[in-house]
Design a protein around this ligand. Sequence first.
Ligand code: ZN
Length: 309
Amino acid sequence: MEQTLLTPRVGFIIISEPYPDENYLNYCGTMENAPSSCIVCGSRDRELLMERDPWRIYQCTSCGLGALDPRPTGEELKELYTRDYFASQYDEGAEPGSVEFKKWLSLLEHRVRFFRKENACGRLLDVGCGNGYFMALCRSKGYDVQGIDVSTWAATYATKTLGLTVHIGQIDDVDLLGDQFDIITMWHLLEHTRNPRHVLEKVKGWLEGDGILAVEVPNYEGRDARVYWEDWIGWQFPFHFFHFTPTCLRRLLTDCGFHLVKAKDYHSETVKRALKRIPVASIFARRIAKFYSGHSIAVLAELRKDTGA
Ligand SMILES: [Zn+2]
């Protein structure tokens, strides 16, 4: 099978890069079990969804959420999110103003377009900000930005080189001293967390009453996952603790007091690439691929007024 790497954080294709989780397949740090009941629907019934020795992902038979079990402990995560991990997701940190830097910002433009119509200015918090390219892009468009990330290395680049404000730590450790935000973004963050429900409850407290939340996660029901399956990059052992479908992501957000404003289904890279090989069809490859679910889904949500939040 052709090896394709769909970089989760930016959603474009890199070909012929090493599969980033190969280094972690034999990881043997301290482990813990996933929650005994589904964090979306509460069911205890599950079945094996995906196995790639020594890792197993179980699917809730009620709502479809996938959960890695067992998984590294919270302490182990600090060891896992090293410079190597972030360098595999982005790069070593481009020089501001360089061609490479501009390229990264350009690749992230689509994320700003996703919420700009709903909120064209204001205070923005990027949870899981990595080395801050997205924050830098938002700052250039007039947003007042802050970020949170678990990686000291990534946060140091964002603060020292880009002059951004980044709070270092997992979301439960961070105290924003009463700050409120008009926009909170979580691009490929929720699937990394130990309990996405707790994360959504926490960010709810940081959102202004008329604020918006943007969430993007891999979609294991998408065509790209189904085609590549065992080799699908979205599994990201052992970094991704949860695996969403569009249905269970929406259900979790609704349960946590959010109202869905809009959703985005990324087009299938698998279909696009197949059509590109056919001379006539290649002209329409991108348009046709939009009819097939791709690697990720994104949703924009606001606080429901009846929650009193
Ligand atoms: Zn469930």
